[in-house]
Design a protein around this ligand. Structure first.
Ligand code: KG4
Length: 334
C-alpha cells in the first residue's frame, strides 16, 4: 500500500511516500530563508512559495521512493488547521491529483499527524497514551485511545510555546524560527541567574499560558535598556527556555498521573528541543512512565506523519470528497 502525503499547512512544503506505513521518502522544502528577515511567517509569501514548490517537492519524493504517481494507492493531505492560503495550495493540488489519477484521497487534521508521528519510529507507542503536542501554532495535551479517538485535556489560553520562542527570538534579534536559535544560546547560559515566572494556572489545570512569560522577558529587556545595562542574552534564553520546559513537562506528568496512563508521547516542532527531551525523559523515568520521542526531523512539520494518519483513516473506510474545503482551526478531541 503506497501512500503519498502532502503537507503545506504553514511555511514548509512537504511530500512523503509511505509503503505500508513505513517511510520510503520524506522531503521538506523549508521557507525559513524567506521569512527570517521578517521575524515570523508572512502568509502571502508562504502560499506563493508553496505554489512554486509543490510540484517539485512531490516529484522529488516520488523519485526518492522510486515510484510513479500511477503506483500510488492513496493521497493523504493536510486539510487544517493552519494558514488558509497555504493549506489551499496542498489541498487543491491533492484533490486535482486524486481526480485526474482516479485515486482516493483523505484530508488529515495536522494535529492528528503530530499525535501519531512516533509511529514512524522503530519504538512505537501502544494505546492509550498521553500526548503533548507543542508547536508554533499549538500547545495541547491529549489522551489518545486509538488511532482515531483523541480527547483534548488542555491547551494554551494564549500563545503556543513555539510562538513564545519565536517572539522572544524576535525581541532579542536572533532570527526565525526562534526555537532552535534561543535554544542554542540557552546552552551557553545559566538558567538560574535570573528568575522568570511559570504560569501553572489553577492547581490541576492542564491548560497553558505563555504570554505572561513573554511579557516578563520584554520587561526585563526594557529595564536593561532603561538602566543602560547589557542584556545577558544567553542567560535570558536559558531562563526563558527553562520556564517553558518545566511547565510543559510537569503538566504532561500531571496528565499521565491523573489519568493513570503509563505511555507518554511528544510531538510538534518544540519537541525537537534538547532540554525538553532530556527533562521529559528524566521525569518519565522517575514517574515510571515510558516516553516515546519522534526523531528530530519528524518533530517539525512533515508529510510522512500526514500520510500515516491518512492511511489509518483510509483503513477505517474514510475517504475525502472533492467538495470538501480546508479549515483554519482544529476541533480534534473536543
Ligand atoms: O510543528 P512546527 O514545525 O510548525 C508549526 O507550528 O506549524 O513547529 C515550529 C515551531 C516554531 O515555533 C519553532 O520555533 C519551534 O517549533 N521549534 C523549537 C525548536 N525547533 C523548532 N522550539 C524550541 N526548541 C527547538 N529546538
Amino acid at each position: 500500500m503506497l501512500t503519498l502525503g502532502i503537507e503545506t499547512s504553514c511555511d514548509d512544503t512537504a511530500a512523503a511516500v509511505l509503503e505500508d506505513g513505513l517511510i520510503r521518502a520524506n522531503v521538506i522544502s523549508s521557507q525559513d530563508m524567506i521569512h527570517t528577515r521578517f521575524g515570523g511567517i508572512v502568509p502571502e509569501l508562504a502560499s506563493r512559495r508553496h505554489m512554486e514548490s509543490i510540484t517539485v517537492v512531490t516529484r522529488e519524493a516520488l523519485d526518492q521512493a522510486r515510484v510513479s504517481l500511477n503506483d500510488i494507492d492513496l493521497i493523504a493531505v493536510t486539510q487544517g488547521p493552519g494558514l488558509i492560503g497555504s493549506l489551499l495550495v496542498g489541498f487543491s493540488y491533492a484533490k486535482a491529483l486524486a481526480f485526474t489519477l482516479n485515486k482516493p484521497f483523505v484530508g488529515v487534521d495536522h494535529m492528528s499527524g503530530h499525535l501519531l508521528s512516533t509511529f514512524l519510529e522503530k519504538d512505537k507507542p501502544s494505546f492509550p497514551f498521553i500526548a503533548l503536542i507543542v508547536s508554533g501554532g499549538t500547545t495541547a495535551l491529549y489522551y489518545a485511545k486509538s488511532y482515531h479517538e483523541f480527547s483534548l485535556l488542555g491547551r494554551t489560553r494564549d500563545d503556543a510555546a513555539g510562538e513564545a520562542f519565536d517572539k522572544v527570538a524576535r525581541l532579542l534579534n536572533l532570527g526565525y524560527p526562534g526555537g532552535p536559535l534561543v535554544s542554542s544560546r540557552a546552552e551557553k547560559g545559566n538558567s538560574s541567574s535570573l528568575s522568570l515566572p511559570r504560569a501553572w494556572l489553577n492547581e490541576n489545570s492542564l491548560d497553558f499560558s505563555f504570554s505572561g512569560l513573554k511579557t516578563s522577558v520584554l520587561n526585563y529587556c526594557n529595564n536593561c535598556k532603561a538602566s543602560q545595562r547589557h542584556i545577558p542574552v544567553e542567560d535570558l534564553c536559558a531562563a526563558f527556555e527553562q520556564a517553558v520546559i518545566e511547565v510543559l513537562v510537569e503538566k504532561t506528568i500531571l496528565a499521565a498521573r491523573s489519568s493513570d496512563i503509563d505511555n507518554v508521547v511528544i510531538g510538534g516542532g518544540v519537541s525537537a528541543n534538547k532540554r525538553l527531551r532530556s527533562l521529559m525523559s528524566q521525569r518519565c523515568l522517575e514517574e515510571g512512565k515510558k516516553l516515546y520521542l519522534p526523531a528530530p526531523t519528524n518533530c517539525t512539520d512533515n508529510a510522512a506523519m500526514i500520510a500515516f494518519s491518512g492511511l489509518k483513516q483510509f483503513e477505517r473506510g474514510i475517504q475525502g470528497s472533492l467538495s470538501e474545503d480546508v479549515f483554519s482551526r482544529s476541533n480534534l478531541g473536543q
